[in-house]
Design a protein around this ligand. Structure first.
Ligand SMILES: [Zn+2]
Length: 226
């Protein structure tokens, strides 16, 4: 695993590894999936059966996976881990975090007109441009312009930001290519008669209904005491 983001489990107090563990994010706390499920089963009042707890935990896991705050937290964590490793920085000072926060929000130096750059885009650009940034660093150093890590991060950040518009255009072009590829693939698939091949392609998406159908369970009642 390339990145590791940990939080403390609201029940067992051990680490929840967001990239590895099944987890649930509920009321600003992270829980291992099983810890949360057990919490529902062990509740003193209105405790749930194992099946109902499982069902509810699955639904909340689905919500957690799609929670904007959680996705954002993980994306930021990945960006910062990448930068710390690439630039050899153990602790990033507060002003750097503030700078990034302004860039995410589009409020940086009043030059972004509210058009923020999401952390996942920054990381993607940074990784794609790392070679170029490294070469620029070597070139600068050959001219006697040597920067320490924190200076260099900000210098490289300025380069990355200046390329955001062209990155967005490039990304859009990639999207169109992907859609085209999908279209061609679908056209080819249409020409193949899977029935004759005896292929059971109908079974692929069988678990579509697993999420969101908590028959008769009132979530807010059950979770009130957590
Ligand atoms: Zn736990």
């Amino acid at each position: 695993m390339r990145f590791i983001t940990t939080r403390i489990c609201g029940k067992c107090k051990n680490k929840v590894i967001l990239e590895q563990n099944d987890f649930i994010y509920y009321k600003n706390k992270y829980y291992h999936f099983d810890c949360f499920k057990n919490k529902l089963i062990e509740k003193k009042r209105n405790s749930l059966s194992i099946d109902s707890a499982m069902q509810l935990a699955n639904q909340l896991k689905y919500d957690s996976d799609n929670n904007v705050f959680v996705i954002d937290t993980i994306d930021k964590s990945h960006l910062y881990q990448y930068l710390q490793k690439t630039y050899g920085i153990v602790y990033m000072p507060k002003f750097i975090y503030q700078k990034f926060s302004d860039i995410f929000n589009g409020t940086y130096k009043n030059i972004m007109n509210g058009q923020g750059i999401p952390p996942c885009d920054l990381l993607d650009m940074w990784e794609r441009k790392q070679n170029f940034l490294d070469k620029t660093k070597v070139w600068n150093e050959s001219k006697g312009k040597v920067m320490e890590s924190l200076q260099l991060i900000q210098y490289d950040l300025a380069i990355i930001m200046s390329k955001y518009d062209s990155y967005l255009k490039w990304k859009e072009a990639q999207k169109i290519k992907t859609i085209d590829r999908e279209r061609i693939k679908n056209e080819m698939n249409d020409k193949i008669d899977y029935g004759k091949l005896g292929n059971s392609s109908n079974n692929i998406n069988n678990n579509d209904d697993n999420n969101g159908n908590n028959n008769g369970i009132n979530i807010s009642d059950i979770l009130d005491e957590i």
